[in-house]
Write a protein that binds this ligand. Sequence first.
Ligand code: NOJ
Length: 758
Amino acid sequence: MKIAKPLFLLISLAVTNVITAQNQERIPEVEKLLGKMTIEEKIGQLNLLTPGGGVATGSVVSKNVESKIKAGNVGGLFGVASPSKMKMAQDLAVKQTRLQIPLLFGSDIIHGYKTTFPIPLGLSASWDMDLIKRTAQIAAKEATADGINWNFSPMVDIARDPRWGRIAEGAGEDAYLGSEIAKAMVTGYQGEDLTDEETMLACVKHFALYGAVEAGRDYNSVDMSRVKMFNQYLPPYKAAIDAGAASVMTSFNDVDGVPATGNKWLLTDLLRDRWNFDGFVVSDYTSLNEMMAHGLGDLQAVSALALKAGLDMDMVGEGFLSTLKKSLDEGKVTEEEITNACRHVLEAKYKLGLFEDPYKYIDESRPEKDILTPENRAVARKAAQRSFVLLKNENNVLPLKKSSNIALIGPLADSRNNMLGTWAPTGEIKNAVTILEGFKNVAPNARIEYAKGSNILNDKELAKNINVFGPRIEISKELPDELLNEALAVAKKSEVIVAVVGEATEMSGEAASRTDISIPDTQKKLIKELVATGKPVVLVLMSGRPLTIPEEFDLPVSILQVWHPGVEAGNAVADVVFGDYNPSGKLTATWPRSIGQIPIYHSMKNTGRPAPDSEEFQKFKSNYLDEKNSPLLPFGYGLSYTTFEYSDLKISKEKIKVNEAVEVSVTLKNTGKFDGEEVVQLYLHDVVRSITPPNRQLKGFKKVFLKKGESKTITITLKPEDLKFYNSSLEFVAEPGTFEVFVGGDSNASLKKSFVLE
Ligand code: NOJ
């Protein structure tokens, strides 16, 4: 169904391009429209509401949405459940308001629309940029088929504290990898042309530094030096903006003591003036109003502050709507500031082509042919396979034979509710494949017997906190010992035990921080008892974050980390367990030995008193009395069913000049018994510079396929900017001196060569 465009909007005046204060070329049609708007109409465009029906992520849901749209008080909606409702809302906007300005329709499509891909932390572990881009393209195609034209993604917050539940939503700890993924996602969502009906606006979030909340507690304060921000935390946001992200969402936290939503340095000096961002900035869910709780004043004061800081659109809180006119009358904000914010919102609508056709995303013929197609599910299966990380393969138990006699045990083995992962509100649980189903699909000749074995956890109060979006933790009527005994009986009849254990989906994600990130006790007990049977045990471990698993890691078990794999969960897990796909994922966030080591990440600094390489405790060195400094599993780590050997590291030049590139090459050989893929990683150490350098930092990678026995020379180019960093004056510079290069299969890579920048 296509609906004719309203005539009002075919504004065809040949207006010469207008140059604003920010020196950016403006869109004549938008300038013309702005000229006709009253101040109330302009303020209305700055208001983003959610009528409910989707998933509310705050305690407030917008009221009287219909009458507000008719009154011209709404710029966009999000969380609208269906295209028919969007059509009704768009009708109100374009048929019943004076200027007939169409609405934006936003949504959180964090890892797929109906075809749910693995959680972003899992996807990042694929280190496969083409695949990640493909998942974003599919998300855009499916979401736009259902009327959505603006996606609150990518979430690019660097996170080095796995207590923080939202580590699940991002790409992990590293600025370089995070930037590559940010680019892949923005270009995937937005494509080449935003007016294309299969693309949508991206919204890079949460700007900024949200991943660094103190103590991993959600919405907490952030305080960080500028050099740390610029070097370690800001690059992925900048990469998304350089890739053309059309919008930015502010974060809940403060930065330098000013909440991001009202932070002029962040939203104007950095984002617009330094990075030349020309899209629009939206607040997070009521984050404008929350500036009152932060201690910045009343609603009128914080709304004025946010507008002046550079916020363009207010999500849900209606602070702009209810106070800006008053602030204008009282001289607390200017008309130009309101106009500017409105301009940014209208320009986004223009870029989407909504002025040409407000209904272009509402096409009833699309959902059926575009959403959850077999092709899309095939990509979800592939993405899940590639996101899994083999942490341990005891006695090379994996892959299993398809004719095995298997005890499939564990609270997540037959748990459809926990396959999609956090932040998948547009996905539908009923479409997800459980692990039990996947095993039966992929290995129909295996003998598979299932037993739950334990609850995910036994604490009813905790389960209640986790089950806010529906039952993720279902505490069985049977007592824990009964569950356990049932599982042991099943285990005893088998030749191999596969135990699917870990976190329920909502044990990570928003407002799901944990102070203890180990496997819950009841599952730990199950694992120990299964191991005590003497049978080989494979743990299929699900989680939305790195876990602390030192005890389980020391047991004679194999461990396949599968995150929350998405709609094709069971099939993909079975593909890997039975060897149809050889695992190739690598961790993108360090796994600590203990919670006390957090924050822990690969690009740590040497300190003036580094601990000895032996990791034996030494007084007056930077170490712990009771724990090693090294993590349980380093960044970049992940095994394969085959083995890879690195040799012959070469650097194209021993000395280079500023702005010259260097080629680094290495020979990679598949020395094992399976074809497989390896992520070749390059780390750099700037030996002497004006601010303390990390011991090593990821600066390049390539994912390569090698047949068994095959060797290849892999070349990675270090570009001039890869040698640069932000110095104390926040200039992006490369300083002369020696650079050490390490290449290998994880961040402990030992092959080393150096070159000198003259
Ligand atoms: C709050 C979350 O922080 C943000 O990521 C999300 O986009 C909004 N809610 C809207 O749902």
